[in-house]
Design a protein around this ligand. Structure first.
Ligand SMILES: [Zn+2]
Length: 370
C-alpha cells in the first residue's frame, strides 16, 4: 500500500511538470520505425518475413504517401525538435542475415528507398554464409543503406550483478560489488566499440546508432549508451516523437506474425502519446523477487484515460483500475513466465482518427536468457 501511495504521488508530480513542459514543446507528430530480421521462407517463422509479404509492405508504403526516410535523417529531425512529417517511416534490419541482400535489397533498390542494417560483426568477421559479407554491406551502402551497431557478439547486455548489488546496498548496507560492476561496464563498452571500429575500418562509416540485442535494456545500459553518445533502439512497438528517451526508442516488429495486414497498416499510421500522458515505468526489469505481473501506472487527462486500452503479450486485454480521475493502474491477472513480455497501450486520437500506440517492455531476469 505504501508503495502504491508513492507511485500515485510520483505520477501526480509528473503531471504538474508535464503541464509546464507542454507550454514549451512542439506539437507531437509521429514517425514509425520498422524492424525486420530474415526476409525468407526457410528461416525461423517468428523472426522471418516472407519475401512476398515484405514486397507488400514496401508497395503499401510507396502507394500510400509514406515518406520513407533514413534513420540518421529521422534522428536528426528528432534532435532538432523539428516536427517530423506525418507518415515518416524508417526501415531497419537486425543481425545482418544474407536474405537482406537476396530478398529485401532488390525491392528497396528498385524503389530507391533508404534503410538501416544493425549488424553484429562477429559472424561477418567469421565469414559465415548465413550472414552478409563486408562486400555486400559496401555495395548496399552505395545504394541507400546505413550500417549500424548491434554489438560484436550479440550479447545480453543487462547486468544481473549490477541489479543485485543495488539491492544489497539498499537492504543490508553492503558495499556494492565494484569488481563485477566495472567488469560489466568494460564488457559492455568493448562489445559496442569493437563493432564500431570495424564499421569505420571496413565501411568508412561512424554513425552512432545502436540496436539492443533481443531488445533488452535497462536504466544502467541506457545511461552508459548515452554517455558513449549513441542513440538506442529496442524491439518494443510504438510510434516515435521528439522528446522521447533517445536510448530506448521503439520499433514495430514486421515479421510474419506482426506484419500482417490490416493491422500492419494501422501500426504504420499510429502516432505517439503526447507529453501530457505518462507511463510509469516506461520500461522495466524484474527478477525472481519482484512483483510478477508488474503494475503499470498511466496518468493523463480523464478523456484520454477513458479511451485507453492495454494488452499483454499473449494474454490479450489487461484490466484497468481507476485510481483517480487522472491515474489508471494496469495489473494483469497472471504472472508472466517468459523472459520478455510487453504491455501495449493504445487510444484513438480525436484529432486525426489514428491510434496512439506505446509499448512497455519488461525483462524478467529470473528467467534464463537461453
Ligand atoms: Zn539481433
Amino acid at each position: 500500500m505504501k508503495q502504491l501511495t508513492i507511485f500515485i504521488l510520483r505520477t501526480l508530480t509528473y503531471l504538474n511538470i508535464s503541464a509546464l513542459l507542454l507550454s514549451f514543446s512542439l506539437s507531437a507528430q509521429a514517425a514509425v520505425v520498422l524492424q525486420y530480421h530474415h526476409i525468407d521462407t526457410n528461416t525461423p517463422f517468428s523472426t522471418s518475413t516472407d519475401p512476398a509479404l515484405f514486397k507488400q509492405h514496401i508497395e503499401y508504403l510507396v502507394n500510400n504517401g509514406f515518406n520513407v526516410v533514413s534513420l540518421p535523417a529521422l534522428i536528426e529531425g528528432l534532435n532538432n525538435q523539428e516536427v517530423n512529417h506525418d507518415k515518416s517511416v524508417a526501415i531497419t534490419f537486425d543481425d545482418g542475415f544474407i536474405s537482406i541482400y537476396t530478398h529485401a535489397y532488390p525491392t528497396l533498390k528498385a524503389h530507391n528507398l533508404p534503410f538501416t542494417i544493425f549488424v553484429n560483426t562477429d559472424p561477418i568477421q567469421a565469414k559465415r554464409p548465413t550472414h552478409l559479407s563486408w562486400d555486400h554491406l559496401r555495395e548496399m551502402k552505395q545504394h541507400g543503406a546505413t550500417i549500424a551497431n548491434h554489438t560484436h557478439r550479440h550479447s545480453y547486455l543487462i547486468n544481473p550483478d549490477g541489479l543485485t548489488s543495488v539491492k544489497n546496498e539498499i537492504n543490508s548496507h553492503q558495499n556494492s560489488n565494484d569488481v563485477s560492476e566495472s567488469n560489466w561496464k568494460s564488457a559492455f563498452i568493448e562489445e559496442i566499440e569493437t563493432t564500431q571500429k570495424l564499421l569505420k575500418t571496413e565501411l568508412n562509416q561512424d554513425i552512432k546508432l545502436f540496436a539492443y540485442p533481443y531488445g533488452e535494456f535497462d536504466q544502467q545500459t541506457n545511461t552508459l549508451l548515452a554517455e558513449m553518445g549513441y542513440i538506442g533502439f529496442g524491439q518494443h512497438s510504438g510510434a516515435i516523437r521528439a522528446g522521447m528517451d533517445m536510448q530506448s526508442l521503439p520499433r514495430y516488429p514486421a515479421s510474419n506474425q506482426y506484419g500482417k495486414f490490416p493491422l500492419f497498416a494501422t501500426k504504420l499510421n499510429t502516432i505517439a502519446f503526447d507529453e501530457t500522458t505518462h507511463f510509469t515505468p516506461n520500461y522495466g526489469v524484474i527478477d525472481e523477487s519482484s512483483e510478477n505481473p508488474p503494475s503499470l501506472y498511466i496518468s493523463g487527462s480523464e478523456a484520454l484515460l477513458n479511451s485507453i486500452n492495454c494488452f499483454g503479450s499473449s494474454v490479450g486485454a489487461l484490466p484497468k483500475v481507476k485510481i483517480n480521475n487522472t491515474t489508471l493502474m494496469i495489473t494483469p491477472e497472471q504472472p508472466f513466465t517468459s523472459r520478455r513480455f510487453r504491455y501495449n497501450c493504445t487510444a484513438k486520437s480525436h484529432e486525426t482518427g489514428h491510434f496512439r500506440w506505446v509499448s512497455i517492455p519488461w525483462v524478467n531476469l529470473g528467467v534464463d536468457a537461453k
